[in-house]
Design a binder for this molecule. Structure first.
Ligand code: DGY
Length: 418
């Protein structure tokens, strides 16, 4: 196990670009938002200052309206599409124009709680606190204009679960006409059978063009988007980060941020109940345009365990994972292997992701489900032993998929084994 930790540290060092980390060389040559926040947790085990810098760099690129973009293009790299010219956000350091799961609030609290260098942690957390809070407020203001307590994503890339089965129906409303011709780069670095389809890429780019034409004005984008989905996993991450930020704000003597964060978390937690499906035994996504729950048994509805859900729901999700375990060899598949749409190798249509396992396990641990936590963690370690530090894995064969030498996978291994 010590060997694994040393190996994982080496992956982090290899992907370190000084003030930020790339998810992996080649396929993702810039800084990604939630990758960075989760990878910082790995750095924190052996270089606390470097871990704080990872988060600082992310927030140095926060937009004036409070949004933290999903990609920061720190350097020129022709090996990635869509690059800064397609996004056209006109930022000092070019960024994308959409966001990603706001896991930074959770990560910063955890880093603060565990810090051995408390003066450093206090200074860095104090500086980050209002920035993270502004991002959380941005979400509820711009992505929940009706004040439901749940935010929508307006592009599949915002969830990180780019090609999930969850979007299949809602995504059909996104046209492909008028998309400027382009050449994908991802499929030159990774096996095309592990990646989204060309058809999906056209729709991804259609949305980017649409939002760009609206000047990336977030007061307009939500209502203008033909794709608006409420994702239980995404909302759980936001709710958890708000709750964690409230605790951190209490510690640091910031009562206003604490009270506002707690109120956002409470409202979100209450609203999560509307996404519960008794039939599926898990939470489901909600299509804000059709006004219906999306009947797709994906891991998003299990990742909901990351927020403080009621005990009966945590118990039901544990049973749901037990049932998934009967259909695969490695928990937790990103889609139910018994569903017709399941594809074991294709990105978010079936493969296991260690970061998702980590967040599910963290939530279940708080809910007292330690047996399942041990089982999920053991599966993570088995995957690494068999198939190395891959981006994701086939939940049946353990085949390593996507990029190799992957930063956040390595960070999660350090977290699990330390
Ligand atoms: C990609 O390029 O595959 C990313 O997931 C989009 O952020």
């Amino acid at each position: 196990e010590n060997d694994l930790i040393e190996h994982a540290k080496q992956v982090l060092r290899d992907n370190d670009r000084g003030t930020y980390t790339v998810p992996t060389h080649g396929l993702y040559p810039f800084q990604w938002n939630w990758d960075s926040a989760l990878s910082a947790l790995g750095f924190a085990h052996f270089d606390e200052a470097r871990a704080w810098t990872e988060i600082d760099t992310l927030f140095e690129n926060q937009w004036d309206d409070g949004m933290v973009p999903h990609i920061i293009f720190h350097q020129v790299d022709e090996g990635y599409f869509p690059g800064p010219d397609i996004w056209g956000t006109e930022r000092p350091v070019p960024t994308s124009g959409i966001t990603q799961p706001p896991v930074a609030g959770f990560a910063v609290r955890r880093m603060y709680d565990r810090a051995t260098d408390k003066p450093l942690a206090t200074a860095r957390a104090r500086a980050l606190l209002p920035l993270i809070h502004a991002w959380h407020q941005w979400f509820y203001l711009n992505r929940d204009p009706q004040g439901t307590g749940l935010v929508a994503i307006i592009h599949p890339w915002e969830t990180g679960r780019d090609n999930s089965v969850d979007w299949d129906v809602a995504f059909q409303r996104v046209p492909t006409e008028g998309v400027a011709p382009f050449t994908r780069r991802d499929t030159t670095h990774a096996n095309p059978a592990h990646r989204p389809s060309d058809e999906q890429y056209k729709r991804y780019i259609w949305l980017v063009q649409k939002f760009r034409n609206l000047g990336w004005d977030n007061t307009k984008l939500h209502d203008a988007s033909p794709f608006r989905v409420v994702d239980p996993g995404f909302n759980a991450i936001l709710i958890r980060s708000c709750a964690d930020l409230a605790e951190l704000a209490d510690e640091l003597g910031e009562p206003t941020i604490a009270a506002q964060s707690r109120a956002m978390a409470q409202k979100g937690n209450a609203a999560m109940a509307t996404l519960w499906s008794e039939e599926y035994g898990q939470y489901l996504c909600y299509d804000r345009i059709s006004g219906t729950l999306i009947e797709s048994p994906s891991v998003a509805g299990i990742l909901a365990a990351f927020a403080d859900i009621p005990p009966d729901k945590a118990a039901a999700l544990t049973r749901r994972i037990e049932s998934l375990a009967e259909a695969c060899n490695y928990l937790v598949p990103s889609h139910d292997p018994r569903a017709a749409e399941f594809e074991g190798l294709r990105y978010w249509r079936g493969p296991v992701w260690l970061i998702v396992n980590y967040m599910i396990a963290d939530g279940l641990k708080r809910a007292g489900k330690s047996e399942m936590v041990d089982r999920i963690n053991a599966d993570c370690v088995r995957l690494i032993h068999r198939s190395g530090f891959a981006e994701y894995y086939d939940p049946i064969t353990a085949e390593p998929c996507g990029g190799a030498h992957f930063t956040w996978t390595a960070a999660m291994v350090i977290e699990i084994l330390s």
